[in-house]
Design a protein around this ligand. Structure first.
Ligand SMILES: Cc1cc2nc3c(=O)[nH]c(=O)nc-3n(C[C@H](O)[C@H](O)[C@H](O)COP(=O)(O)OP(=O)(O)OC[C@H]3O[C@@H](n4cnc5c(N)ncnc54)[C@H](O)[C@@H]3O)c2cc1C
Length: 497
């Protein structure tokens, strides 16, 4: 065994996990990261206008508050810098093997270890913790002829900063969270911008503002004041969960606000109609912007709603046969979510593969463990995504659960741990039953849903419920094995609590 634990990824999840392990006195771990520096999402997404859409006081580690956020919704460079600094401050970089792309992970039932294959060679570990991210693999649409395009083309998650868009004819495909941040930034300098919209999103007015010097000084001198702000932000965001998961009807008021956001900024009735969503508020990610609609209303912008038929050497051809000449195509087409390639890397007991198991609707347990995959923990695994609050809150809940689990397993000298099948089945039954009442199921099709319309992406409730359920590692839900033979079912830990 090369190390007791391997963590994969250095975004919020991987870094947070490493920090908490160190604080728990567990030091025997390596971190594998395919890139050359930390930051995950916030290292890769450098497109103009990139920022978080959950307030920074909440969208940061609870154990590493940053009194210096410049804005209530901080821009990407600050979040990236925050993660870089946090990694340094807690001295986790010396555990990281940079440029190590995990290519395969196979459970060896004989040796009770994970055999990892990385781009730099093999590695054997006892525990594997996946912090590979839910939105870390860009999705590129399969448009006929896309490979024939002779202009410039890039995805928002790998922005080409050497390429100057000024004066160009630019097309942006997609109108999701990234697109609405990019468009207002590039519209003023491009000659012409075609925005290819399949479904108009709901866009609420933004409440982003500068954090004043006085506030920052207060947060620095009296840290509890920032904790109070964080708690208030947290509480307010949870109100959304009521609308999303319990009573979609109460979102009608929010929908009216979003509609008036269009009316305020767009005077052309045809464009207003084009931009007005026809699906229920909240069933796709609700976006925030004060600048998106004003940008779309400018004379150098056209919102194209006809589907794309093909791409030629110098144009995008829509289904009506019209060729739209273009110099640069920006793919704002999101990420591989339900088909996250990280799942396909994981091979469990008896030839299981996680991607296949998820396709078969098996889900996971608390988004963290899966039957058939001993000693595997996933951060931001199935059904831990949120439409309304900070993913860092979910990640920290999972981290606490895993640290508690490793401690309890240590105490009983356990070698392997695997969630019981009946526990996982019951958990998923409950989730999918609750999911049926949510706006994501009743509202529309979205990237949250798989091909069969099931939602293995989001958590169908309040985040505090998730926090409560992950507070302690429930050993009785697991088969725990101290040695190769003789699996001890259940509650070995109770005597040691
Ligand atoms: C543009 C954008 C804006 C967002 N804004 C918000 C927001 O406002 N609020 C919010 O809650 N969430 C937001 N999110 C979601 C965001 O992804 C999460 O909040 C969070 O950053 C996820 O952290 P992570 O560590 O799980 O994943 P990531 O940040 O994606 O990190 C995963 C890491 O794993 C590495 N990795 C992946 N696969 C491998 C492999 N096979 N081998 C080795 N290394 C690998 C990657 O290189 C990366 O460093 C946003 C996402 C995007 C893309």
């Amino acid at each position: 065994v090369n190390a007791r634990i391997a963590i994969v990824g250095t975004g919020f999840a991987g870094l947070g996990m490493a920090i908490r392990l160190k604080q728990a006195g567990i030091d025997d771990f390596v971190i594998l990261e395919r890139a050359a520096e930390p930051g995950g999402t916030w290292r890769d997404n450098t497109y103009p206008g990139c920022a978080c859409d959950v307030p920074s006081h909440l969208y940061s580690f609870s154990f590493a508050p940053n009194p210096d956020w410049s804005r209530t919704y901080s821009p990407q460079p600050e979040i990236r810098e925050y993660l870089r600094r946090t990694a340094e401050r807690f001295d986790v970089n010396r555990h990281v093997r940079w440029n190590h792309d995990l290519l395969d992970a196979t459970w060896d039932d004989e040796a009770q270890t994970w055999e990892l294959l990385t781009s730099q060679g093999p590695l054997i570990v006892q525990f594997l913790i996946m912090g590979t991210g839910g939105l870390s693999n860009p999705s590129v649409p399969e448009i006929p002829g896309i490979e024939r395009f002779e202009g410039t083309m890039f995805h928002t998650a790998s922005w080409d900063h050497d390429h100057v868009l000024d004066g160009e004819r630019v097309a942006i495909i997609g109108t999701g969270a990234s697109a609405i941040q990019v468009i207002p930034q590039i519209q003023p300098t491009v000659a012409h911008l075609d925005v290819y919209q399949r479904t108009p999103p709901w866009v609420m007015p933004h409440t982003d503002r500068r954090v004043t010097r006085v506030e920052r000084a207060l947060f620095r001198r009296l840290p509890f004041t920032q904790r109070i702000v964080r708690a208030i932000v947290y509480g307010l965001r949870e109100i959304y969960a009521v609308g999303f998961t319990k009573r979609p009807a109460i979102m009608r008021g929010a929908a009216r606000v979003a509609k008036s956001n269009i009316d305020r900024h767009v005077s052309d009735p045809a464009l207003r109609a084009t931009l007005t969503p026809r699906f229920e508020f909240g069933c796709k990610r609700v976006l925030l912007s004060d600048t998106y609609y004003p940008a779309l209303a400018q004379p150098n912008v056209e919102v194209v709603t006809t589907g794309i038929r093909e791409i030629t050497a110098g144009a995008i051809v829509t289904a009506d046969g019209v060729a739209h000449p273009v110099d640069t195509i920006i793919l704002a087409t999101g990420f591989k979510v339900v088909d996250n390639p990280a799942n396909a890397l994981l091979n469990g007991r008896e030839g299981r593969n996680l991607a296949k198991d998820l396709l078969d609707g098996k889900g996971a347990y608390l988004g963290t463990t899966a039957h058939g995959y001993p000693n595997l923990f996933m951060l931001t695994g199935p059904n831990t995504g949120l439409g309304h609050s900070s993913m860092v809150f979910m990640i920290e809940s999972q981290i606490a659960y895993i640290v508690d689990g490793l401690r309890r397993l240590d105490r009983v000298g356990a070698r392997t741990v695997e969630v019981r099948e009946d526990v996982q089945v019951a958990f998923n039954g409950e989730l999918q039953r609750r999911m049926a009442r949510t706006v994501w199921s009743t509202g529309c099709a979205s990237w949250y849903l798989d091909a069969d319309g099931r939602n293995f992406t989001l958590w169908p409730g309040f985040t505090w419920e998730y926090r409560r359920r992950t507070r302690q590692f429930d050993v009785s839900s697991y088969d725990v094995s101290p040695a190769r033979e003789g699996v001890v079912r259940g509650d070995v830990s109770s005597a040691h609590r």
